[in-house]
Write a protein that binds this ligand. Sequence first.
Ligand code: IVH
Length: 693
Amino acid sequence: MTTPAADLADPAAYAEAIETAVKAAAAYYATGDSALDDDAYDRLVRGIAAYETAHPDEVSADSPTGKVAGGAVVGDVLHTVPMLSLDNVFGTEEFTTWVASVERRIGRPVEAWSVEPKLDGLAVAARYDQGRLTRLITRGDGVAGEDVSHAIGTIVGLPDRLSEPVTLEVRGEVLMTTEQFEHANTERTQHGGAPFANPRSAAAGSVRAKDRQYRVEMTFFAYGALPPADSGDLAGSMVELPHSQVLELVGRLGVHTAAETAVPPRTVTAVDAVQVRVDEIASLRTELPFGIDGIVIKADSAADQAAAGSGSRAPRWAIAWKLPAVEKVTRLLAVEWNVGRTGTIAPRAVLEPVVIDGSTVTYATLHNPADIARRDLRIGDQVMVYKAGDIIPRVEGPVAHLRTGEEEPIAFPELCPQCGSDIDTSEQRWRCVRGRNCHIVASISYAVGRDQLDIEGLGATRVIQLVDMGLIADFADLFTLRADQLLALDRMGRTSTDNLLAAIEQAKAQPLSRVLAGLGVRGTGRSMSRRIARHFATMELLRAADAEAVQQVEGIGVEKAPVIVAELAELAPLIDKLITAGVNMTEPGATPPAPGAEAEGGLAADAGPLDGMTVVVTGAMTGPLEKLSRNQMNELIERAGGKSSSSVSKRTSLLVAGEGSGSKREKAEQLGTRIVTPDEFADLVKSLLDQTD
Ligand code: IVH
């Protein structure tokens, strides 16, 4: 979806818009900082372009339209071949029109398309002379760039030496991964520098910075290469190579390309297949450890590229399919400190509401106090906020050059904001010293929730009442409640008491996965709890496992495993209490791992009707599945031997599409994925549904 262009009413508004855009582009390309986020800049430039179309006689020489980098920077190293920018499209229709225009121009269908991520960093040219990296140059105005060779050695993926002594120029994007960005801000603020607003500005600032006392790491992704002017053998043949093979060659020489990421370039022939790949890359955007702001589609063959040619600003054989902007600048109004069910104290940013990617963002996560310190955030700051898809919005950093001096430091709590106890600050995530006992209403309410123990009739109000009366101090106490105790409570009659006691009794039979989820082991959620339960099959075996054994569970790495072991130790008294109360501690259908075995435990050998399948559920469930929540559907899929997933991709084996299923169904249709109705799916997993009854 495109936001409307700025509406410029008269010559004065046009002149002012040009001034703002030129200043913003200059700041963006010089230091990576800009008072405007990408969306606002795009809107402004489109407004300027619209005004120029309507008033062709008034076009100013300063206008950023039609210029590489908005005409912002001029360097002093000439590019052998201009480093061009890309034209943009914002959706299928515009893309199809563009394809038609290319094919009209070249007089034949394009042979093949390369579809690749549009990396969100800054363009550089890396010159290799007989295999040695000799010079690094920014894009500049496209004709000449700035020599940034001092950055050589700080950029991962751009080796000093190639695997062969060839002479060529590699072109690509320098960026910072999320991790590199966090590190860069730590270093920078520790050295008294102003924090960077986001990974892109951090990369732009760091590539150009010369005399820093500290070094920060960046990452390079090649997206093209050129033979040198005085072509040797390799260079001569390169001119003829399709783009996809140029990238392969560059990769073989030891330079990093997107081939090693979750979104590698793919070559496809049909325009429909381009769309499918665009959707795939877009759906993976939130999971990538680096930023992308679109997808680049290029005619792959050298002949097609030559036939299409290039304009002064952009080639005619490539286009950027822009994805919605996921970053906006807004004001940080306050920071709230919330205590979670495990006693962790998490800061949350209160923001001046801002629309990002179609929804209004008012709160954003700030991770932990160290994170605030690292970014040197202050109340009143203009901050860069990131929000994409379903992910929780996060504050990336302040736009430091917009500071007025009126900003206030953020006050950190000295005592637990929930119960007033001391705070354990020994780890990055602060925690109330009372841990889970601090916010017991939250932890009990969570444990009895629908996706955990599923005890009906036990809403938050009732939990508060039970806690206030001293009847429960943790959720294990529920299992020893007596009717006379419940009957003595306000608004609690015979029927409600009987129903609640029956629901509690029923909860004792919940599978281990749900008991684990209810315990709220830090570092695990519902689906991880299921994986752990299926792997170990019993609580006894899980408790006996050390970090190494826990690591055998898919998705648990070296960092998480010891946390889970420590958590289980902390929870030991509660687990013991649950066992004494008669709560089930086994996972039905799961077989324990063989002693000393490396392989997963999991389900019994003939695992079930969905063995090895990846299943996605969308739309409303009906018939026998009508009452199942998404979590219950996922449980069912996994008990049947399948893997549940939330997004459709090439790896999806089956889509269960209920009423009202939209984009996931469309995508599955495009990919030729098998689609079934809820009734058909119920039939498939009938044996397991019968067991549930
Ligand atoms: S190709 C002649 N491929 O996007 C073709 N550019 O908005 C020039 N970019 O200047 C570029 N990822 O800095 C190309 N896979 C990719 C890219 C990419 C990011 C950047 C590049 C370019 C800008 C245009």
